[in-house]
Design a protein around this ligand. Structure first.
Ligand code: G6Q
Length: 522
């Protein structure tokens, strides 16, 4: 059964939300906090090591009630079940959307074309484990008998961004292998990566679901030619492995049958890091940490599938985002992790969010008359405080922001971590509560700058009332990261359901590719 069709703006709850918005848009966060004793507790959700505090949003209990009513009215619960059980919810490509099956450890069968996919997933995980162990332990030898020291992931888009982001995020857990990523068809990218590599000790993982992607195949061929300058064609099997659905093309490239890791068309590229696309993750940090990542995601899956909408982290964050996107007219959202390890998260999420929900035609085939996908962007704290945060604090745009923090640091250095987390909290407080004219006046007065009061006062006032979510984990572990990524995956899903669009195709990226091919031929 396909997903149901709705025009969200024609629902009863949307109508009520519009009325509520008109009546409440002058809401003042500072006052809400003064008047409600336990606002933080009331608008927080705890899931084991994760606490999401969404109290600094321009909402009251009525807003949440109405947003949940909207989720019910568009039959979100039913859609979630279709997502998890393998219905063809990616209707425009005729596919199920089953990245959740990749991390599932329960016994329930999931059928695709009448066959349970769980055994294939388990076999592939075992293959990833065995291969990773062999390479990490040094038992896997290159063509001159030396162990592998470097791994290069060759892929682009979904076959690059996920593994690259996770390897960077879990750098603390890495083993002795050095992992590199080549994606761009720009020859300077591959040249730079190859510059310091030794063909005798490097393993190349070609990741391409289709094995036809221009960038990936060009880079793979360039790398093979580079390799063949010092090795022979018979050595390719020891240094090149592939992750793909297109077995014929993989064999034509010269890759040994035993060194091919499967992918399936029920996993979308941008949601594929949990599959063999994550091979370079398992190589970089070891299979147990890769499994930890999957386990964390599964915990979020179970929470998302079973928790009431009011207590459901992905649902609440998705609804709040709809509130700002469709009622307040906010165009963008900022992703602000307070750890350098997550520096690649914003660009990873740009693909996941914007390729999925950047759609202007609804599930009826009609152009939508309302806003859909948000623009996401961001960078790490505290660096961004010295850069773009000026606009978020005092600019003319409303930019809801997710602050992602960790209570404990990985390397220790307590004084650094205390400063980091003080900034994490201070930024959200400043956004929410700002600084009034009276406060600025007093400040200038006490600092002896009385003569400057008139000229400086307006520039030093912070209106505040700017929304943020605090997404706080105990510690950056593979499990926590898995949870965080799955949280955003499900937020994307919920928004796609509400906006009545197909989140799992990406026809928008095709036209440019076709034209580039034509231009190249000419
Ligand atoms: C993701 C997209 C896209 C895809 C790349 C790579 O959802 O489909 O980013 O992952 O175009 O495709 P291949 O894996 O087929 O090379």
């Amino acid at each position: 059964m396909a997903l149901k069709n709705y025009n969200p703006t024609k629902t009863n709850s949307w109508y009520k939300l519009s009325e509520h918005f008109n009546a409440s848009q002058n809401i003042v966060l500072k006052e809400l906090f003064q008047n409600e004793e336990n606002r933080k507790g009331k608008f927080s959700i705890v899931l084991d090591d994760l606490e999401v505090d969404y109290s600094k949003n321009k909402i009251t209990q009525e807003t949440i009630d109405l947003l949940v009513e909207l989720a019910n009215e568009v039959e979100l619960k039913d859609a979630i079940e279709k997502y998890f059980t393998g219905e063809i919810i990616n209707a425009t490509e005729g596919r199920a959307v089953l990245h959740t099956a990749l991390r599932s450890t329960n016994e329930d069968a999931i059928l695709v074309d009448g066959k349970d996919i769980k055994p294939k997933i388990q076999t592939t995980l075992r293959k990833i484990r065995a291969f990773s162990n062999k390479v990490i332990s040094g038992k896997w030898k290159g063509y001159t008998g030396k162990s592998i020291t470097d791994v290069v992931n060759i892929g682009i888009g979904g076959s690059d961004l996920g593994p690259d982001m996770v390897v960077e995020s879990l750098k603390f857990y890495k083993n002795k292998l050095n992992t590199h990523f080549v994606s761009n068809v720009d020859g300077d990218h591959v040249s730079e990566v190859l510059r310091n590599l030794n063909p005798e000790t490097t393993l190349f993982v070609i990741v391409s679901k289709t094995f036809t992607t221009q960038e990936t195949i060009s880079n793979a061929n360039t790398i093979k030619n580079w390799f063949l300058k010092s090795a022979s064609i018979f050595d390719v099997a020891k240094h090149f492995v592939a992750v793909s659905t297109n077995l014929d093309a993989v064999y034509d490239f010269g890759i040994d049958k035993n060194n091919v890791f499967p992918m399936w068309n029920w996993v979308g590229g941008r949601f594929s890091l949990w599959s063999a696309v994550g091979l370079s993750i398992s190589l970089a940090v070891g299979f147990d940490h890769f499994r930890g990542l999957l386990d964390g995601a599964e915990e979020m899956d179970n929470h998302f599938r079973t928790a009431n909408f009011e207590e459901n982290i992905p649902v609440v964050l998705a609804l709040l985002s709809v509130w700002y996107n469709n009622f307040y007219g906010a165009e963008t959202e900022a992703i602000l992790p307070y750890t350098q390890y997550l520096s690649k998260l914003p660009s990873y999420l740009q693909q996941a969010v914007m390729e999925s929900n950047g759609k202007g035609v609804d599930r009826n085939g009609e152009e939508v008359s309302y806003q859909t996908g948000t623009i996401v962007w961001g960078s790490t704290g505290t660096n961004m405080q010295h850069a773009f945060m000026q606009l978020v604090h005092q600019g003319t745009k409303l930019i809801p922001a997710d602050f992602i923090g960790f209570k404990t640091s990985l390397h220790g250095l307590e004084d650094h971590h205390e400063k980091l987390m003080a900034n994490y909290k201070a930024q959200m407080d400043a956004l929410a509560f700002g600084k009034t004219k009276e406060e600025v006046h007093l400040e200038l007065k006490t600092s002896g700058d009385l003569d400057k009061i008139n000229s400086l006062l307006p520039y030093k006032v912070f209106q505040g009332n700017r929304p943020s979510n605090a997404i706080l984990f105990e510690k950056l572990t593979p499990k926590a990261l898995g949870k965080l990524i799955a949280l955003y995956e499900h937020k994307i899903f919920v928004q796609g359901i509400i906006w009545n669009i197909y989140s799992y195709d990406q026809f928008g990226v095709e036209l440019g590719k076709e034209l580039a091919k034509k231009i190249l031929k000419k």
